[in-house]
Design a protein around this ligand. Structure first.
Ligand code: FE2
Length: 386
């Protein structure tokens, strides 16, 4: 049984017979293939194809492929509930971890690996739910939340790069433990608002090696994880530390950590600075292509989190305000938005808008501006469950 659906309705595992607009200028083009992961769909179906014809009778293919791809269809609300518990457990672990490092007691790497396993499951299940929630929970707890955010963002980027589950587990563990060496850096240096002195900077620059030395004493710690911890401040142009490595001599996991580490730092509130809105942080990082970061790495990250990352507060051209709930890899400027505030920033009954689906209709809207929730003293997490 053949079904004609919109390209945006295509799900991984569906059997695509052909795609196109079905017009004289753009007839249907034969495909005969199972749809891959969401972020690889562009390689199979061009973004300008309006419709796809799927074979609904290939149900066996649909279920098997979908299972293999771990893309379980689940509601965002369910995923958010799971993510809340996961975030609470991760916070407990990180607090305990820091205390153990300070006191020189066992840091329980096995527990960290279990947590990361849950991060990976969450990202494979619904890439954006946990990331959105975790990023909105910054508050003043940067010390605790940063390593959690880096871990889950690294897993998200790793998935986008097509890494398998065992690689994602190592990448996530490296993310969670990447700043372990900072426990040896005095707080007054870490939280110093102004420029560091030469001596202070030398102390900070010692943290990747200190973390590496701490973790390599742990039983069963994988070499890839240790390398990423050691190299997460190396930079594409050789300006990083501790070894001033360049280009491809920096490991893949290290480059992933470097990007998500900087992105999380820029988008987080610190004692001495406000958080940058995600889209502005991406624009800043884009300007570091070919210097701090390899151009391909930055491009991949922007494709992964979207031009307007999930959790961004935006004003629509119609005047209302909403939160970006899921990105649209085929049309990065047309994500799904949850409208939560009217033009005067007063709460409204929340409703979902799909900017791509609305295109060409009288209700069509675009994103007019990205706003900083801190400017309006808004806690966006309260709107996620509404
Ligand atoms: Fe670091």
């Amino acid at each position: 049984m053949y079904l004609c659906i919109k390209r945006s309705e295509l799900k991984p595992g569906m059997y695509v017979v052909c795609h196109g607009r079905g017009t004289f200028d753009s007839p249907f083009v034969r495909v005969d293939s199972v749809t891959p992961y969401q972020d690889k769909i562009d390689s199979l179906i061009p973004p300008d194809a309006e419709f796809v014809l799927i074979d609904g009778s290939r149900a066996d293919v649909i279920s098997t492929a979908a299972e293999a791809l771990s893309e379980t269809a689940s509601s965002l609300q369910e995923d958010l509930a799971v993510a809340r518990q996961l975030h609470a457990d991760a916070l407990d672990y990180v607090k305990q971890f820091m205390e153990n490092v300070r006191h020189g007691t066992d840091i329980n790497v096995g527990k960290a690996a279990c947590l990361v396993d849950r991060f990976v499951e969450s990202v494979l299940r619904n890439g954006t739910a946990a990331v959105t929630l975790f990023k909105l929970r910054n508050f003043d707890e940067y010390t605790y939340t940063h390593s959690i955010n880096v871990s889950i963002l690294a897993v998200l980027l790793g998935k986008h790069l097509g890494l398998g589950k065992s690689s994602l587990l190592k990448l996530g563990l490296a993310g969670l433990l990447h700043d372990a060496g900072k426990e040896f850096v005095p707080q007054h240096i870490l939280n110093k608002p102004g420029k560091l002195t030469g001596d202070e900077f030398r102390v900070v620059k010692a943290h990747p090696l200190a973390g590496f030395n701490l973790l390599r004493k742990q039983r069963d710690m994988q070499v890839d994880v240790l390398q990423a911890v050691l190299e997460h401040h190396e930079r594409h142009d050789g300006s990083g530390y501790p070894r001033g490595l360049r280009d491809d001599s920096i490991g893949l996991y290290s480059r992933v950590l470097a990007i998500v580490d900087v992105y999380d730092a820029l988008t987080s509130k610190r004692v001495y600075k406000e958080a940058l809105p995600p889209a502005k942080a991406l624009a800043l990082m884009y300007s570091m292509r070919d210097t701090q970061f390899a151009a391909d790495d930055i491009d991949n990250f922007i494709r992964c989190v979207g031009v307007f990352p999930t959790g961004s507060l935006v004003r629509l051209t119609g005047g209302e305000h909403g939160i970006v709930m899921s990105i649209n890899p085929g049309r990065p400027t047309k994500p799904q938005i949850k409208v939560v505030l009217n033009a005067r920033m007063h709460p409204v009954l929340p409703r979902m808008l799909d900017l791509e689906a609305m295109e060409g209709t009288p209700e069509a809207q675009d994103i007019a501006e990205v706003l900083n929730p801190a400017d309006y003293k808004l806690d966006l997490e309260q709107f996620l469950s509404a």
